[in-house]
Design a protein around this ligand. Structure first.
Ligand SMILES: Nc1ncnc2c1ncn2[C@@H]1O[C@H](COP(=O)(O)OP(=O)(O)OP(=O)(O)O)[C@@H](O)[C@H]1O
Length: 679
């Protein structure tokens, strides 16, 4: 534990005209104790906490609020703000899990002629401008050191909730020299950073345990084609606030990502984040399995996903299982997740077709849902709605396919708590008496460095031309400055931007020393088709697939008696191992990331259109399975399956990607890979 004693904050109010006081003003927008910021409806916690471990404690003042003292404590629970005012005490904690980073900055030199009053400049209303310590732009007359703490606080509402960005600014100014004040601020920064990282707080300066950068692979063609913009606006700032360095690579064509992770020294990076859809995640996963050292690569490199695709099944599943708000701001949710540095084990299904071996994390399908997935490609421009539109179309023109479906039922012990819900291998109605959705747990390089021009905007004085904004009161002593931004973009600290090599229009934010890689020599051939079974199925070079060997009989060999086989007409067969196949498709309601199970849905020919309509309509809410056991629709937990279509009609997909329609079999390898998760 760090020594918290010996530091005596300055108690007096500063002298009038102190330039530093002017800087304080814009930071204070919302009094954290007035009920608007946090309060009872927020995630702030009041009093009843068991005694937390206190690492640092300090007293801060806002002299515009006379007789008000803030005791700020950094504990293993978070940042505790205790306000004492006129005899009353209120206490709130910003949970540690909601804090993503912090930075030490100092005030920026004002340009000549600028007003000393922050409220006077309405056009930019920038009250406090701060810069990196050695930026050359620092204001030498202000010896204060500022600690900016960035938090995204979870607020629950009827729609599930959302995360609200909050910046807490602590100003250290007790000493007469900047160096001394900065030492105090750095001490706080180090402690916050260690706590965020889940590491022991023991040093005065923060050294990340793993200094490697993150590898980011972005598919500019995913979804409706807005991944670049999403990254720029939503993801890069989160990385900046977390001070996580990254190398960003933009894919140039289908299978580019797969080849990249197969060929590169991936151990240069601490993890891989894909910005795109499930298809690009599939590419990266399979690229790793194409490496001779696949075991090490899979073990050492967690993969994260920032959803910019049209399906986003995995990203939705992770958020759902960890009860993170997703719908309103899925990209924000995922970005916050990947900077946290946590991961979960992920089941992977080894899939074999006549000509390919691949590793799947989402699903294998034949028939209706795969048909909808692939045939709706022509409606890609409308985003996720394409699935709904095409579902209606396919329901009207219903098809059935002849073939054989076999599976190895999971043992009751594998289907924890589900035996009473109809028996393993039987029919599982949605939400029945089971466990529900329980939670268990070539390339030109541009280098660039930026200085932070972090600005707190005072919302109150935006439209105030008088300079009399209360929040911008200039008589502050040591300051605790809180700002709550409902509109993320308007309150985002501004970071210098830079331009990609290929496009003046693409602006990327980057932390210091992060690198944007752009293939200038490429002919920009991004018209590559969707992967048809990956690199091994697109006419590209045949690549050796490694990974764990199969324990199943060869695809052409007979199956053991322990398997169950159904022959006949099928509307669809879909094996899923995530709760969601897409954002709106809550398919395998009882699935977990690493439960070692495949949830096999079989819909047989003869099912009525009304049953199918009810099935399709229920998919978004997870109520698609009939309450009463039904001979036409069943969901079976299995550990392996084989589908043998007669003929090549209909579509077959692996993780939403089209593969050759023919015999296919899959087996689950529990906890084989790592996926980034929120906590
Ligand atoms: N630069 C590129 N140009 C064209 N296609 C690409 C490029 N990069 C990747 N691809 C291919 O685009 C396909 C779709 O990508 P991705 O999964 O990211 O988006 P999506 O299909 O919209 O989302 P989802 O898979 O979640 O439905 C992948 O199969 C991938 O191989």
């Amino acid at each position: 534990m760090m020594d918290v004693g010996g530091y005596k904050p300055k108690l007096e109010h500063p002298a009038s005209g102190d330039s530093a006081d002017e800087l304080n003003g814009g930071g204070v927008k919302v009094d954290p104790y007035d009920g608007r910021n946090g309060g009872d409806d927020g995630e702030y916690q009041h009093h009843q906490q068991p005694q937390p471990t206190v690492y640092l404690t300090e007293t801060f003042y806002i002299s515009s609020k006379k007789n008000t003292v803030f005791e700020v404590r950094l504990t293993d629970k978070g940042l505790c703000l205790k306000k004492q005012s006129n005899g009353s005490t209120k206490e709130q904690t910003i949970p540690l899990k909601d804090i993503i980073g912090c930075r030490c900055l100092r005030s920026k030199r004002r340009s000549r002629g600028s007003s000393s009053c922050t409220c006077a400049s309405i056009s930019n209303s920038n009250a406090l401008k701060v810069v990196e310590e050695n930026s050359g732009e620092q204001d030498e007359t202000d010896v204060s050191a500022y600690l900016y703490i960035y938090a995204y606080i979870l607020k629950r509402n009827r729609r599930g909730g959302f995360r609200e960005r909050t910046t807490i600014t602590l100003r250290f100014r007790s000493f007469d020299r900047y160096e001394d004040n900065n030492r105090e601020a750095q001490k706080w920064r180090a402690a916050v950073k260690y706590l965020i990282a889940g590491e022991p707080v023991q040093k005065l300066t923060y050294q990340p345990r793993d200094p490697r950068k993150m590898l980011i692979i972005l598919n500019p063609k995913s979804g409706s084609g807005k991944a670049r913009e999403m990254f720029q606006q939503r993801v890069a700032p989160i990385f900046a606030e977390s001070e996580i360095l990254y190398d960003l690579h933009i894919t140039k064509r289908s299978n580019w990502a797969r080849e990249f992770v197969r060929q590169r020294d991936v151990y240069l990076w601490r993890g891989i984040v894909v910005v795109g859809g499930d298809g690009i995640f599939f590419e990266v996963l399979n690229g790793l399995f194409e490496r001779e050292d696949w075991q090490t690569a899979i073990e050492e490199l967690p993969i994260g996903i920032v959803p910019c695709g049209s399906g986003n099944g995995l990203a939705k599943t992770v958020s759902f299982l960890y009860e993170e708000p997703f719908e309103t701001k899925p990209v924000l949710a995922a970005a916050l997740m990947v900077v946290k540095g946590r991961h979960s084990m992920l089941d992977v299904v080894r899939v074999e077709t006549r000509s390919n071996i691949m590793f799947s994390f989402l699903s294998v399908g034949w028939g209706l849902i795969s048909d909808i997935d692939i045939e709706s490609e022509r409606l890609r421009a409308i985003g996720g709605q394409r699935f709904t539109v095409w579902s209606v179309h396919r329901l009207i023109s219903l098809r059935t396919y002849h073939g054989k479906v076999s599976y190895l039922p999971a043992l009751p012990s594998q289907v924890n708590g589900l035996a009473g819900a109809g028996g393993v291998g039987g029919h599982y109605s949605n939400g029945g008496t089971g466990t529900g959705s329980g939670r268990s747990g070539a390339i030109g390089t541009l280098k660039h460095s930026v200085s932070y021009n972090t600005t707190l905007n005072c919302r109150d004085c935006r439209h105030d031309t008088t300079g009399s904004c209360d929040a911008c009161d200039t008589n502050f002593s040591d300051v605790l400055s809180l700002e709550t931004g409902m509109n993320l973009d308007s309150f985002r600290p501004r970071i210098d931007s830079w331009y990609s090599a290929t496009s003046r229009k693409s602006t990327y934010f980057s932390t210091v020393d992060s690198v944007y890689e752009s293939d200038k020599a490429s002919n920009d051939d991004d018209s590559g088709s969707r992967a048809a079974g990956g690199a091994n199925g697109t006419g590209g070079p045949i690549v050796q697939m490694y990974g764990p060997p199969s324990r199943l009989p060869a695809l052409t060999a007979a199956l053991p008696d322990t398997w169950t086989t159904i022959t006949g007409e099928f509307v669809m067969v879909h094996a899923a191992y995530q709760t969601h196949l897409s954002t709106d498709c809550y398919f395998a309601t009882q699935s977990q990331l690493n439960d070692g199970l495949i949830w096999l849905l079989i819909i047989r020919g003869g099912v009525s259109r009304s049953q199918l309509l009810s099935f399709l309509l229920g998919l978004s809410s997870g109520t698609h399975l009939p309450v009463q056991a039904n001979e036409y629709i069943q969901m079976v937990p299995v550990t392996a399956f084989r589908i043998e279509p007669v003929g090549t009609n209909g579509h077959m997909t692996v993780d939403g990607e089209n593969v050759e329609c023919g015999p296919i079999q899959g087996e689950v390898f529990p906890s084989l890979a790592k996926v980034m998760v929120p906590k």
